[in-house]
Design a protein around this ligand. Structure first.
Ligand code: SF4
Length: 325
C-alpha cells in the first residue's frame, strides 16, 4: 500500500479535480490502512484467502438498528415478534450508533440504516425530518449510508425520498422485492404466482429513481434484495433476465442480492428449504452463463459471496450479484 503524505501540502479545500487526483494517488488514507490491518489480523487464518475483500480494500459495511418497525408481514422476516412495539430510538442514540460504526469502519465505510423499514417507521410517526438528519449525520462523519426498505413509503411519498437525497445526502437505497412480501399495495401475496408478477413494482422503482436523478442531478442508486424460498426459486432467472433486458435498469440497480431463506425472526420456513448452491445455479440460468460464485468473498465463504460483471450495452455498466445468508 502507498502511504499518504505525512504533511498535507495545504489547508485549502482541494478543487474538484485536485480532490480526484489526490484520491487516485492515495486511495486509502492512513486511518483506513490501520483499520484494514486490524481487520485482516483479526481474521482466522483459513479465511485469509486470495479473494477475501474485507481487511484488504474495505472494512465491509456496518448497520444501525432501532426502529424495528414495518407495516409489512413477510413470510421470511428477520424481525422479532414484538417488532412493532419497539419505540424508535432518539436521534442522539442513533448518532451514537453511527459514531460507533465510524470508529469501527473508518472513512468511506458502508452503513446500512435498517431495523425493519425505517422509512415506513419514521413516516408513520411523523418523524421524517429525523430520518433525514440520521442520514445527514452519517454522511457528515464520512460514512456511506444505505437505506434498507421495502420502499412502499418512498414510492407513495417521493418527496420524502427527495428530501433524504437533497437534504440528507442519501445516494443508495436497497429495496426488498419478492414473493415473500405481504403488505405491498396492489400485490396480494396469495395472488402472486411468479417473480415476474412483481416486475411492474421493479419498473415503478426504476422510474422513481430516474425521476429523482432528473430532478436533482444526484446519481441515486438502488440495490435489489430478494429472499429465495421454495416458492420463488424457479422464477429467480426471470428476475435476472428482467434486469438485463433494458440497460437503463442496470444503470439504476447496481447490486442484485439473493438471500436463500434463513430461519431467523418471524420466518415461516419452506418445507424443502433452498440451498445457496441451488440459488446460484438459478442466477447462472438467468445469465445464461456459468458464473464463479466465489469471485469475491465479502465475508465468510459459507454465507457471503458473489461476482461483479460488466454489462455492455450502449454504455458499459457494472452489476454485482451477491448471495448472502
Ligand atoms: S422482511 Fe423487511 S419488508 Fe418484510 S416485514 Fe420484515 S422488515 Fe418488513
Amino acid at each position: 500500500m502507498i502511504a499518504p503524505p505525512a504533511v498535507a501540502p495545504s489547508h485549502r479545500k482541494p478543487s474538484f479535480w485536485g480532490a480526484r487526483w489526490s484520491a487516485f494517488r492515495f486511495p486509502i488514507n492512513g486511518e483506513k490502512q490501520a483499520l484494514l490491518r486490524d481487520r485482516w489480523n483479526s481474521l482466522l487464518p483459513e479465511l485469509r484467502t486470495p479473494n477475501q475483500l474485507a481487511g484488504r480494500h474495505l472494512t465491509h459495511c456496518g448497520f444501525t438498528t432501532g426502529a424495528s418497525y414495518c407495516s409489512f408481514r413477510c413470510t421470511h422476516c428477520y424481525l422479532p415478534d414484538n417488532a412493532n412495539e419497539v419505540p424508535i430510538p432518539s436521534l442522539a442514540r442513533m448518532q451514537e450508533q453511527i459514531d460507533a460504526n465510524r470508529r469501527f469502519q473508518g472513512p468511506g465505510g458502508g452503513l446500512q440504516i435498517t431495523g425493519g423499514d425505517v422509512a415506513d417507521a419514521y413516516w408513520r410517526t411523523g418523524r421524517q425530518s429525523e430520518l433525514v438528519e440520521v442520514v445527514r449525520y452519517a454522511v457528515g462523519v464520512g460514512l456511506v449510508p444505505m437505506l434498507m426498505a421495502h420502499g412502499q413509503t418512498l414510492l407513495e411519498h417521493p418527496e420524502f425520498l427527495e428530501a433524504l437525497v437533497i437534504d440528507g445526502g442519501l445516494r443508495q437505497v436497497a429495496v426488498h422485492i419478492d414473493m415473500t412480501q405481504a403488505g405491498r399495495h396492489g400485490f396480494l401475496i396469495g395472488r402472486i404466482k411468479s417473480e415476474s408478477d412483481l416486475h411492474p413494482m421493479r419498473e415503478a422503482f426504476t422510474q422513481l429513481a430516474q425521476d429523482i436523478r432528473e430532478r436533482t442531478g444526484v446519481p441515486l442508486e438502488l440495490a435489489h434484495n430478494c429472499t429465495v424460498t421454495e416458492r420463488n426459486i424457479a422464477s429467480v432467472p426471470e428476475v435476472v433476465r428482467w434486469f438485463l433486458a433494458d440497460p437503463a435498469r442496470s444503470r439504476i440497480w447496481r447490486i442484485l442480492s439473493f438471500q436463500p431463506e434463513a430461519n431467523t425472526g418471524r420466518t415461516i420456513f419452506s418445507r424443502n428449504p433452498v440451498t445457496p448452491v441451488g440459488v446460484w445455479q438459478k442466477i447462472c440460468d438467468g445469465m445464461g452463463l456459468k458464473l464463479d460464485g466465489s469471485a469475491y468473498l465479502g465475508g465468510h465463504p459459507d454465507c457471503n459471496q458473489g461476482t461483479t460483471l460488466l454489462v455492455e450495452r450502449r454504455r458499459v455498466v457494472t452489476c454485482r450479484f451477491c448471495l448472502t445468508t
